[in-house]
Design a protein around this ligand. Structure first.
Ligand SMILES: [Zn+2]
Length: 401
């Protein structure tokens, strides 16, 4: 069997990489309910039944999977049904924002448990932030069985280089550029660790919670900032330099010359994000200081706030219509607090349909995120579980346990 090193670059993000262990593939297929017997596993992986049986046996002995009765025979012997093992193994994940962090455990079947949001300040730099994060995560480990911890996953609100485990030129994270985040997590926790861009993780989490026939999707995070993640055939599409999905800094004519956090001018973010609406509204109203004030005003029917939110949704829809025409996804999922505002979503949807060829929107699903604020944790949890499933260190530890 071929096994990965703990942090092989990009290991968890590739569509069925050849270097990934068969055991990792088997666990993923069983966890996602894409296969529940040896013959289904063999068929999904294009392998001989005898080879699959060896891997299944190893996982049975580790207690990571178990047999739970027999299925229906299609001619020969009845197949034994396989599910994940009963042991409460888990990974701990943190979905980091600029001023908060949401942490939770993700179990082997991908469920998010006991997620909690804490105040947090990413702008104080990586040393301070990771110190604070370690304290929060250690408390969670202490509440569970430390021996069943399989890995740590972290999302960051900036461009993540998954191969190096660093952040590349983040516009709102001073001190983080090229800091070795994953190496520092490895040193602190001594288990497989994974870092991912927040929008990519959210996209993967959301995609995994949706029906499997939605093969390609885009998930938009419309909060104070804007972000998006692209899923192709069930996997994150990172692009050549990890920037795929970043429509935030597309220049739009209506944004004129407004300066953006990226250093450029006239980006989509300057007119379609929550921060942009707060800026525009606060120029005319003294009682607006945050996106939550905007949400309250729109829900109360304030005409100016509603009009600005509608314009923002329309700008987002215009940029996305080019993406949908080009990429032709099965679904667009909307997350973040802005997506809870009906005028924003309605304007987005109508502008998107207006700008797309009918064939691109014929079966297009546009809907609010199902997982809401847990989507990022679910996504990075899946990446971390994939990494843990493939880790020889974890397999060794389970053998010795
Ligand atoms: Zn920009």
């Amino acid at each position: 069997m071929t096994e990965l090193s703990v942090n092989q670059p990009g290991a968890s993000n590739r569509p069925r990489p050849r270097s990934r262990s068969v055991e990792a593939e088997v666990l993923s297929l069983i966890a996602s309910k894409q296969a529940s017997s040896r013959s289904e596993l063999a068929s999904a992986l294009g392998m001989a039944g005898s080879s699959i049986s060896v891997s299944v046996q190893a996982l049975l002995e580790l207690g990571w999977i178990k047999e739970v009765g027999s299925g229906t025979s299609t001619g020969g012997r009845k197949p034994r049904i396989l599910t994940l093992g009963g042991e409460a193994h888990y990974v701990l994940c943190a979905d980091v924002g600029i001023h908060h962090v949401r942490v939770g455990a993700v179990t082997l079947d991908g469920s998010v448990e006991t997620a909690v949001t804490y105040d947090f300040d990413i702008t104080l730099g990586p040393e301070h932030a990771l110190e604070q994060l370690e304290k929060i995560l250690r408390e969670l480990v202490d509440e569970r069985n430390p021996r069943q911890l399989l890995g740590i996953g972290l999302t960051l609100p900036g461009p993540v280089n998954t191969a190096e485990g660093t952040v590349d030129s983040p516009s709102r994270m001073p001190g983080w550029h090229r800091y070795s985040v994953r190496a520092e997590l490895d040193r602190r926790f001594m288990v497989p660790t994974c870092i991912a861009n927040d929008a990519n993780a959210m996209a993967l989490g959301e995609h995994s919670a949706q029906p499997m026939d939605h093969k390609d999707s885009i998930t938009i995070k419309a909060g104070t900032a804007l972000g998006a993640g692209v899923i192709i055939d069930g996997n994150i599409h990172e692009g050549a330099t990890g920037a795929a999905g970043d429509m935030t800094h597309v220049r739009v004519a209506d944004a004129d010359d407004i300066p953006c956090s990226c250093g450029n001018r006239g980006c989509l973010e300057t007119i379609a994000s929550g921060a942009a609406i707060v800026r525009m509204l606060s120029e005319q109203r003294a009682d607006v200081g945050s996106i939550l004030d905007v949400v309250d005003l729109v829900r109360a029917g304030d005409a100016l706030a509603t009009s600005l939110v509608r314009d923002a949704g329309r700008h987002l829809g215009e940029v996305l219509s080019a993406v949908v025409n080009f990429f032709n996804p099965s679904a667009v999922y909307l997350g973040g607090v802005m997506s809870t505002l009906e005028p924003y979503v309605a304007a987005f949807r109508s502008r998107l349909y207006e700008g797309c060829h009918p064939l691109a929107t014929k079966h297009l699903i546009i809907q609010e995120s199902q997982l809401g604020q847990d989507a990022g944790i679910a996504g990075v949890g899946r990446l971390t579980l994939d990494l843990a499933f493939a880790s020889p260190i974890v397999h060794q530890a389970r053998k010795e346990a």
